[in-house]
Design a protein around this ligand. Structure first.
Ligand code: HXC
Length: 510
């Protein structure tokens, strides 16, 4: 028996050694952790159970003899994050560059299937060179098997991708179909085709960083939802994110004990809105002062900054926050903001997370760049997402709610459940000056008349009371009471039941 146990331990050691000391050292020298070290940091201490560590690639004429390493370039299994089950796979770059073979794919598929069946999130850690070139079409088939699970699992269990090294070719499309992607700055990049191919095909000369680095994807393409400084910070943030999410769509969002009074008022919010309606203020201050312990996790903080999307907690339970940000482009809705918020709203709706919306929006951004970029279709995504969402929806209009953007931002008309406005709210078709210049075009040459009409329009329309008199706003609330009122509203919505008509699926404007 002793020798059998020793043989088992020796086999485990061989698998844990991955591509060997030299390659592990090279990984560390690049500022990256190894596949197993990453899992250790991600999961609760000692909770990780590995599957398939003895799986080896099928013999292949083209492989070098010493490259048949147990585990085959990916570490898979499950563990817990703050006591809650999460499945994981972590590509091992030290084994054939983490490239994907048929057996490597089968290992990932196994944990994907288990996550789906058992109702638990799955986190994929990417650090790999794409398809295992020696395996040809078997590798392509393996990718497609993974893609299929991403598709079937979408909206059933949270799927998160963390890019911690190269991620190219076949490796990019699985993350693209997951709910969130995060990257590590400087050590990771993500693209369909790399700089060499780009140069051959388009004559463009670009670096890995310019083409697919964490900064460009987090701020320009919007492909990723956040970029962090290093492996340690990234994994710690993933633990934080998981705490906000239900394990599957069969569950209600998690709650946890908190030490923040549900009736807490904040008098400083009564002074948040500047006297000048064109002056910005930081919507994040409102979020911080309203949510439990000021703690929130932002999704896409560097992309479409004119809208904020974040997970937070109110009375201990997770909520999704969507808020226009007057600090960037006056909080206008443009293509990026609409896409970003629509996807977030749909995630919350799929996973039973109530949505709290803070509105201060002057409308949609005008201009050829926006119109020719498809603003109509992209703006409609957010409209569609809010309208179809059946989770509890609480809305607070702090200042501007103009035009179509008023309708879009979780208005009563899109089945907003509880819609509040601050006394500073201006709910109208457009701002006073613009409105007067259209209605009284003939007076444009007379500034006094225009000023008088603008003041009249302002007094008549730029307030919350017209909408409140129609019942489109349920109450005009004091800013200082916002936390208390939202928590009370959400309490009344705990047992909300609303279903959309039966359909195979909708046809959201993509
Ligand atoms: C087999 C691979 C590999 C691959 C890397 N390796 N990529 N083995 N298949 N795709 C091996 C290398 O031979 C090397 O083995 C080890 O991994 C580390 O690779 P290096 O090149 O030394 O590392 P580095 O200099 O850091 O470069 C990393 C890299 C580069 C940029 C990822 O390896 C690379 O360009 N690889 C090929 C990428 C690629 O073209 N993949 C196919 C994409 S097509 P040793 O033994 O020396 O350690 C694709 C289509 C799928 O994915 C579509 C499905 C829909």
């Amino acid at each position: 028996m002793k020798t059998i146990i020793e043989a088992l331990e020796a086999k485990r050691e061989a698998a844990r050694a991955g591509g060997g000391e030299k390659r592990m050292a090279a990984q560390h020298a690049k500022g990256k952790l190894t596949a197993r070290e990453r899992i250790e940091l991600l999961m609760d201490e000692g909770s990780f159970e590995e599957f398939d560590m003895f799986v080896e690639a099928r013999a292949n004429d083209f492989s070098k003899a010493d490259q048949n390493i147990p585990g085959d370039g990916v570490v898979t299994g499950w563990g817990t994050i703050n006591g809650r089950i999460v499945y994981v796979f972590s590509k091992d770059f030290t084994v054939l560059g983490g490239s994907l073979s048929a057996t490597h794919a089968a290992k990932i598929v196994k944990v994907q299937d288990m996550a789906l069946k058992n109702g638990a999130p799955i986190i994929g850690i990417f650090d790999a060179g794409g398809a295992r070139i020696q395996e040809g079409v078997e590798s392509l088939a393996g990718y497609a098997d993974i893609f299929m699970r991403n598709i079937l699992g979408s909206g059933v269990v949270p799927q998160i991708s963390v890019i911690m090294g190269p991620c190219a070719g076949g490796d990019v499309y699985s993350p693209a179909m997951t709910d969130f992607i995060f990257m590590v700055k400087d050590t990771s990049y993500m693209y369909v085709t790399g700089p060499e191919v780009v140069k051959t095909v388009t004559n463009e000369i670009v670096t890995h960083e310019e083409l697919g680095g964490a900064r460009v994807h987090a701020s320009k393409s919007g492909v990723v939802d956040g970029a962090f400084e290093n492996d340690f910070e990234t994994l710690a943030q993933m633990r934080r994110l998981i705490d906000f999410l239900p394990l599957s769509n069969r569950e209600q969002p998690p709650t946890r004990p908190h030490y923040d009074d549900v009736t807490r008022e904040d008098a400083s919010l009564d002074r948040l809105i500047p006297d000048n309606p064109n002056k910005p203020y930081d919507m994040k201050e409102l979020i911080e002062k309203v949510v439990d312990e000021g703690d929130y996790f932002e999704i896409g903080p560097e992309f479409g900054k004119n809208i904020i999307t974040a997970f937070a907690r109110l009375d201990g339970a997770s909520v999704g926050i969507v808020a226009n940000q007057p600090m960037t482009l006056a909080g206008v809705l443009d293509i990026d903001a609409s896409r970003k918020a629509a996807r977030f709203v749909r995630f919350c709706d799929a996973f039973n997370i109530p949505i709290v919306t803070f509105v201060d929006v002057p409308g949609f951004l005008p201009g050829t760049k926006q119109e020719l970029g498809g603003l109509i279709k992209h703006g409609a995504k957010l409209l569609f997402a809010y309208g179809e969402a059946t989770v509890p929806k609480v809305t607070v209009i702090t200042r501007k709610a103009y035009g179509g953007a008023y309708d879009v931002m979780s208005s009563k008309h899109l089945r907003g459940d509880v819609n509040y406005a601050w006394p500073s709210a201006e709910i109208a078709v457009m701002g006073a000056k613009g409105a007067v210049e259209i209605i009284f075009r003939s007076d444009i040459g007379d500034p006094d008349k225009i000023a008088q009409r603008t003041a009249e329009y302002q007094a008549r329309f730029a307030n919350p009371f017209v909408a409140a008199s129609r019942g489109f706003i349920d109450d005009v609330i004091m800013p200082r009471e916002t936390r208390k009122r939202i928590i009370r509203a959400l309490m009344t919505l705990k047992n909300k039941k609303l279903e959309n008509p039966w359909k195979k699926h909708d046809n959201i404007p993509l």
